[in-house]
Design a protein around this ligand. Structure first.
Ligand code: AG3
Length: 288
């Protein structure tokens, strides 16, 4: 019999580099019409889940990602009231938004209902908010079609909380999708999108492709980074695209701080810092 210490989950970050987690407990695995889902437990990172072999979140470091997908936009426009989340089935992004009392509506469009149901079972830390906050409306539909059918100017903020551009998320990295996001955002609208990572080639090329498209559509298109121990290279990026608000010039620190939210990663000093990119990343983006 295999000793417990011999079971490992590995994620390849390039052909010859991988990150491995010892599996203390293998909780669940299933294949849906969309993807392969697995839940495991690691002593250091706690419960984590993967989609098609890529880590989506771990209990220990999800706070970084979910702080950063939500709070920089909320501190740029603290009046945001109507939000659309594309993906985000684990509930982490919805949880952070639901901490803002003045937000009126959170539409969450997750293509795979099983992701939500399994996270409700194995990851209450992120998912328990989903059936507790009546402002959250769940749609188990394709985000691409949802954005296409939404009304002009309907949202203040769109969060693309997706997987990488392979499998069911591919459409969420297209020119068409970003154009629809532009259309359904109002004049102060902000789009935060999955921007991958800059160090390893496979992720870097996706970062470039996403930025090329968004830059053509949005007058303001910035990229910001944050430290994610369990994603490739330990550093991950979101795109901040908007019609007129600039995350630095329009940063409303006082208003955001008046909400009194306790955050474990995001803070007002880091808000400016995360948009300051390393030189090699700057060069990648400037070349576009
Ligand atoms: N969304 C996945 C981010 C990309 C992960 N990619 C990877 N590990 N190669 C995270 C969902 C959290 N709400």
């Amino acid at each position: 019999m295999l000793a417990r210490k011999d079971l490992w989950y590995s994620e390849y970050h390039s052909n010859d580099v991988k990150l491995s987690f010892n599996i203390a407990e293998y909780l669940h695995e299933e294949e849906t019409p969309f993807q392969k889902i697995a839940f495991m437990k690691n002593e250091t990172f706690g419960t984590f889940f993967t989609l098609d072999g890529y880590i989506m979140l771990t209990e220990k470091d999800e706070f970084v990602y979910h702080d950063m997908i939500t709070h920089p936009a909320m501190a740029t426009n603290p009046d945001i009231k109507n939000v659309l989340i594309i993906g985000g089935g684990d509930g982490g992004s919805a949880r952070e938004l639901s901490r803002y009392k003045h937000i009126e509506r959170i539409d969450m469009v997750e293509i795979d209902e099983r992701v939500v149901r399994l996270c409700q079972k194995f990851l209450p830390q992120t998912a328990e908010v989903l059936d507790k906050d009546p402002r959250i409306h769940l749609y188990f539909e394709d985000g691409l079609a949802f954005a296409k059918n939404a009304k002009d100017g309907e949202y203040d903020l769109i969060l693309v909380d997706s997987t990488d551009p392979i499998g069911p998320s591919e459409g969420l990295f297209t020119y068409d999708f970003y154009s629809n996001c532009f259309r359904i955002l109002n004049e102060k609208g902000i789009l935060i999108n999955q921007h991958e990572s800059a160090f390893f080639e496979d992720f870097r090329s996706e970062m470039i492709r996403a930025h090329q498209k968004i830059k053509k559509i949005f007058p303001i298109a910035k990229v910001y980074g944050f430290n994610t121990p369990t994603y490739a290279s330990g550093y991950w990026y979101f795109g901040f695209a908007s019609k007129k608000l600039d995350p630095i010039k329009d940063h409303d620190k006082e208003k955001w701080e008046s909400f009194g939210l306790k955050t474990k990663y995001y803070n007002s000093d880091l808000h400016g810092g995360c948009f300051a990119l390393p030189t090699y990343v700057r060069q990648i983006l400037e070349a576009i």
